[in-house]
Design a protein around this ligand. Structure first.
Ligand code: ZN
Length: 441
């Protein structure tokens, strides 16, 4: 009995996570007769509508009499997730597969390492059998993966084939009000953590999400969710978002440039991206600033034309702005060295790297935040650190204090194109806002 209860709970959880499909009703039927319970499920269609409530009610019913016609050619479909410590053969048995010799064939696949990484706990397994439990086929889908593996034994020999999952992109809209923290509010609104993280990244230039978020702040977000056969498998991009922080409205809209690059802009076409990151390392401390100093190796007073950041060997070094590689290679005291050009006036340089990111060469385009290499101590360095320089019109400047330009705002045909993409999103944001307000009143 415990086993059946568990199954029902597992299926209820799956149902809550997905739109019920026709196939579910088949496996559901088997459960009703087994456990003497039925589930009455109220699902409001249209998962993309904001604030849709899904309610699940469980009530006992007299088990209906079910007769299975042995000649019925339609397959029985069952679906569940692979449990911790469970083998593929074990999961198939649990789902009612009784095919003779299947375990041996699965073991052969496993021995050939063909099952490596695709039968992890949590993997969704869907199996089609005959009424007697002979397996027609099975599919394995790991949450968040773009690949589905199909097991097929139609000609008596078990084969496994990977296939690209056909993912359908749906747009979700959601809004919320901050009561305690942003993450709690997003959780209440049913938004995944990845959306909260992405929002704090997008609005990072305007709002400090650690200190500036207050009770009563509101957010609305339009984002993509990728579905496979009616089931949400992963979160896609944020298409538009607004955050009302202490009465001030900040908005961001995703814009796809003609070359395919994407960035977030506010409604006027100004970029949310700073022109330059203040630091090329995420976590670090300045160990030597921009000034005269006694050179640690040469032992003489010299001008230090950059900033040194102490960081462990191997820390990712990021391009501080979009640009192209002007130099990549070894240069005496700098060791492994990268120089990036950002438009006509600006260059940045990165020294003492232990390695370069693969695929980069002179002339390569890099985008802001892209890893270009790793911290090391090549060249004249006493220990692992990054030497970082900023030059404006070929004159070295202190990167910690220099006035740096904003990213280019959109203009001309790009601005017109942006407006075309932005306006329908803005209308939808306003719609979420209205629904929210109606609920609060
Ligand atoms: Zn230095």
């Amino acid at each position: 009995m415990l086993g059946e209860k568990w199954l029902i709970l597992a299926h209820l959880k799956m149902l809550r996570e997905s739109t019920p499909t026709r196939r579910w009703s088949l496996s559901g039927l088997a459960l009703i007769s087994a456990a003497g319970m039925a589930t009455a499920i109220a699902v409001v269609p249209g998962g993309s509508e904001p604030n849709v409530k899904t309610e699940t009610i469980v009530q006992p019913l007299t088990p209906p009499t079910i007769q299975i016609e042995q000649t019925d050619p339609r397959p029985f479909i069952r679906e569940d997730r692979i449990r911790a410590g469970e083998s593929l053969a074990g999961a198939l048995r649990r789902l009612g597969v009784t095919s003779a010799g299947l375990s041996a064939q699965i073991n052969a696949l496993a021995a050939g390492r063909q099952l490596k990484g695709i039968t992890a706990p949590g993997t969704l397994i869907t199996v089609a059998t005959s009424a007697e439990g002979n397996m027609h086929s099975a599919s394995l889908h790991r949450p968040g993966s773009d690949i589905i593996h199909t097991l097929d034994s139609s000609d008596g020999k078990l084969r496994i084939t990977p296939q690209a999952a056909r993912l359908e992109v749906r747009t979700h809209m959601q809004g919320g009000v901050v009561q305690s923290s942003l993450f709690a509010a997003m959780d209440n609104a049913g938004l995944p953590d990845s959306i909260a993280e992405e929002l704090s990244r997008i609005f990072g230039d305007d709002i400090d999400f650690h200190t500036d978020v207050h009770r009563g702040d509101r957010f609305n977000v339009i984002y993509e969710v990728l579905y496979h056969q009616g089931r949400a498998v992963k979160t896609g991009r944020i298409l538009a978002a607004e955050f009302i922080n202490q009465g001030r409205r900040h908005a961001a809209f995703l814009f796809t440039h003609p070359n395919g690059d994407t960035d977030y802009y506010n409604a006027d076409g100004r970029s949310h991206k700073a022109g330059f990151l203040r630091s090329p390392l995420e976590f670090s401390r300045v160990s030597s600033g921009f000034s005269m100093r006694l050179h640690p190796i040469l032992g003489t007073w010299r001008e230090h034309k950059g900033v040194d950041y102490a960081a462990p060997h191997g820390t990712a070094v990021k391009a501080t702005s979009d640009g192209t590689i002007e130099f990549i290679g070894r240069r005496n005291g700098y060791g492994n060295f990268v120089v990036l050009r950002h438009g006509d006036r600006y260059t940045t340089a990165y020294g003492h790297l232990s390695s370069f990111a693969s695929g980069l060469r002179q002339g390569s385009r890099v985008s802001q935040g892209q890893t270009i290499g790793r911290v090391g101590s090549t060249g004249w360095a006493t220990g692992p650190h990054l030497h970082y320089e900023l030059r404006i019109n070929d004159v070295h400047q202190d990167p910690l204090t220099a006035r740096l330009p904003d990213a280019q705002p959109l203009s001309g045909s790009a601005l017109a194109r942006f407006r075309g993409q932005m306006e329908p999103l803005a209308a939808n944001l306003a719609r979420i806002q209205t629904t929210q307000a109606a609920q609060i009143d």
